[in-house]
Design a protein around this ligand. Sequence first.
Ligand SMILES: [Mg+2]
Length: 441
Amino acid sequence: MSKIKITGLTVSDVRFPTSQEHHGSDAMHTDPDYSAAYVVLETDAALKGYGLTFTVGRGTEIVVCAVEALSGLVIGKTLEEIVNDFRGFYRILTSDGQMRWIGPEKGVIHLATAAVLNAVWDLWARAEGKPLWKLLVDMDPDLLIKCIDFRYISDALTEREALDILMKAREGKQQREEQMLKDGYPAYTTSCAWLGYSDQQLTQLCSTALAEGWTRFKVKVGADLEDDIRRCRLIRQMIGPDKTLMIDANQRWDVSEAVAWVTKLAEFRPLWIEEPTSPDDILGHATISKALAPLDIGVATGEQCHNRVMFKQFLQASALQFVQIDSCRVGSVNENLAILLMACKFNVPVCPHAGGVGLCELVQHLILFDYISVSGSLQNRMCEYVDHLHEHFRSPTVIRQACYIPPKDPGFSCEMLEESVQKYQFPNGEVWKTTLLQKGQ
Ligand SMILES: [Mg+2]
């Protein structure tokens, strides 16, 4: 299998006009068009590898350009040489002597790295005939460790410690895998309460979600305090006292403002406040965490956390109580493995960020692996779910009784339907030609 050679890479700018319906709107991203830089790896065999990174509209063309800049580092390699030294290959992509200047390991170039590496992992899983989560679960711990770049994190997690975590979690692994196949991984929904939705829409979506068996709900906050109080009260009344509520400010506040604002929402008993302030402000998050601890409200962040080095510091500074990994923000599976293992060492639960387009499809694999092979716990853990745009994927997520059912198809679940890629391609796809014409652009 592994002699497969990568012979080409194509990348497309695919955008969905979600802003028209206010899907995905929050305190900072008021009009997102869920988008992706979508990568297809061509090979000299029948297989292809599919990967993407998530964006919210304008600027996707810049990520596409960065993917093109990285493509020369991938084309011509065999799958075998990549996976036999995956740590080395990760460094080739992230530490190119010239390109690292425009990162390193952050921003546009790192989003592009994620898209490329997601496609490589997809190709590997397909070559093995397994869904990605199963490839990871079955992988020898030594080989898993060799996929991770420990540079800059060895003061918090050594290779030895990482290996010990994986060895220790072998106990009960089989049962946990069976449990996941039977029941799935617990999810929460963000689809009911985007900031741009009316109270009527919120009420209707929430009652539908309750009827479908959802027990955990997230509400967008941060634009207007009176609105937040009204919306949180409405949703708390609807879901009752026993179900779980989370709130998400998407980086809207300064540190003291965050503490004051969330204190006013404490009566609705949110489990966490997500992204209260700048995603780069580690000490600010630590201050907020400390101030909210007496109210029993945790701080969650990570969807815009640049890399494993930042996560290390968040953990060292006790600046978060929930780690929100993202499948496209950091360097794909390789870097997320490092983050999962660090979170385990620091005993902080991982609750992945998902939604957008393709993020649910991708991240479900990582959280299944986390439960089966790393943390072994479901305590205070759940994976975000957003019910938009799944119809564009060949192997869309399956949700049953508010749980992610483990994917069975080989790969990383992010292959899009060819007709969707064509139709939503920016700016020349059918949908955008019409939309831009209507806007007179
Ligand atoms: Mg969020």
